[in-house]
Design a protein around this ligand. Sequence first.
Ligand code: R2B
Ligand code: URA
Length: 308
Amino acid sequence: MASGLEQSGTGKSPNPSYVKNPHLDLMKEDFLYHFDLGTATHDLPAMFGDVKFVCVGGSSSRMKSFIQFIAGELKLGDPKDEYPNICAGTDRFAMYKVGPVLSVSHGMGVPSIAIMLHELIKLLHHARCSDVTLLRLGTSGGIGLEPGTVVITRQAVDGSFVPQFEQVILGKKVLRSTALDETLAEELLQCGKQLNDFETVIGDTMCTLDFYEGQARLDGAFCSYSEEDKRRYLNEAYRAGVRNIEMESTVFGAMCKMSGLQGAVVCVTLLDRLQGDQMTSSHDLLLGYQLRPQRLVGSYIKKKLNAV
Ligand code: R2B
Ligand code: URA
């Protein structure tokens, strides 16, 4: 039986702790296994205490190119410089830092990003960071949008268009709310409009556990529905407010809410799912699309840092 939606993490107190786990206080040390970083082996406050923006994305090379880009934008370094991978001791996730910006890869799908976010939130806690904004920069399939459109998520919804994240804990289904920060989404939308270089919209994002059947594709190894079934489902999603589909936003929203971190999901659409399933655009066009969330978030961070 699913319990009701959990209420947690208001993020309203002046210096909230991002972690909510009494057991952590009883541990002499904490090793963040998938980052290969630990409280006993690293001076986390010295390494990360100044972090204000954490940008996360699926691919390690994209998160490396983001740190190079943002270093140039903020005039904190040469984009052509090499930025060391702070998590070089593991190949699970990659992490880069320049000034107050941390860039971390999360792999594909809910389980992968959830592991990364647990360790990231603990890292921010151990480093005594405050007022951190967490931004996911990603790719997605659009519904009824010109490919290349950037979607800022209003709320992440599951495959039934419900804004909830379901997880089995101790054998019971637990439902968590996935709503994201409305003010942050509006501010990001304004940045997109000011860049005036590509379409930017706010809409609901559907998060699935699979790229193929979970996203109503006809081109997976297995498919038990017709093209008409697919069309009906995607049209229904559109009518429910869904504008794009990806694979991490529900747990991202839930963990932002539980930690009290201000969070946003900014994804470019690589194709219009009403037109097809395969990614047939040229490699260069797709690479150019993937820079759009970086440019939008880059302009947001620049604006915030120049404003203080
Ligand atoms: C978007 O793209 C990936 C699948 O290709 C997945 O991580 C996502 O959310
Ligand atoms: N990522 C997804 O999850 N789906 C798409 O269609 C494209 C990128």
